[in-house]
Design a protein around this ligand. Structure first.
Ligand code: HEC
Ligand code: HEC
Length: 168
């Protein structure tokens, strides 16, 4: 019986530590600087990675997820987004460097064979638990991955909830 107490104390300590880590993850994303596009972002990245869709700030995915994106550009969500080797190297180096602070685990896309998606992570779900599927489906929105429809300055990495506006 006497042994029970230290165990209980240890469990409480563990629970507290676990909570602190989770809470820290939360705050990591609340600080807009971490998602902001670095000022030295190469022009080639802006040109090539925003020709079919909006520009995604590197901080939105962990480095390993970007590595997988860059390894599979010839089959990029059903599109061919391959680049010249020189361009590919420059963009890859930038994405890995600029996402180094994102320590979230890499979560596989729900569709087999696809590279990881920002719009399918638990982090994304958590941030949007009050946004209905119907709103994401609106024609004026264009889907979950089109952040810029609701976050006007998304391409600069600004997702401040005070400036969110869901179009009609
Ligand atoms: C030839 C067109 C094309 C180019 C160029 C392109 N993409 Fe994509 N990308 C797509 C398509 C198509 C999708 C899937 C869109 C969807 O299903 O809504 C996509 C999706 C993505 C997603 C996942 C979005 C989500 O759902 O969270 C990321 C991240 C991404 N692209 C990054 C990049 C990067 C980085 C580059 C530059 C190296 C790039 N893309 C260049 C066509 C392209
Ligand atoms: C249909 C419109 C819509 C789209 C599309 C959308 N969001 Fe959001 N987002 C919202 C709303 C609304 C909130 C505020 C949610 C709340 O307060 O419950 C939000 C909140 C957030 C937050 C939290 C902001 C804060 O201050 O805590 C982040 C980060 C975020 N979104 C990122 C993204 C990213 C990244 C994408 C694209 C991959 C995206 N969003 C696409 C509507 C959208």
């Amino acid at each position: 019986m006497r042994r029970g107490k230290p165990l209980a104390v240890a469990l409480v300590a563990l629970a507290v530590a676990g909570f602190t880590i989770a809470d820290d993850d939360e705050h990591r994303y609340k600080r807009p600087k971490r998602l902001a596009v670095p000022a030295d972002a190469p022009q080639i990245w802006k040109d090539e990675c925003a020709s079919c869709h909006m520009l995604y700030s590197p901080g939105l995915l962990p480095a390993e997820a970007w590595r997988r994106q860059m390894d599979t550009l010839n089959d990029h969500y059903g599109s061919n987004a391959s680049l010249e080797p020189e361009e590919e190297r420059e963009i890859r180096a930038f994405l890995l460097r600029a996402s180094a602070r994102n320590h979230l685990p890499v979560e596989p896309a729900k569709t087999a064979g696809e590279p990881p998606r920002i719009s399918q992570t638990r982090w994304f779900e958590h941030k949007h638990d009050e946004v209905s599927a119907a709103k994401f489906r609106r024609e004026s929105v264009g889907g979950r991955a089109n952040c810029v429809a609701c976050h006007r300055d998304a391409e600069r990495g600004d997702f401040d909830e005070d400036r969110v506006k869901i179009p009609r």
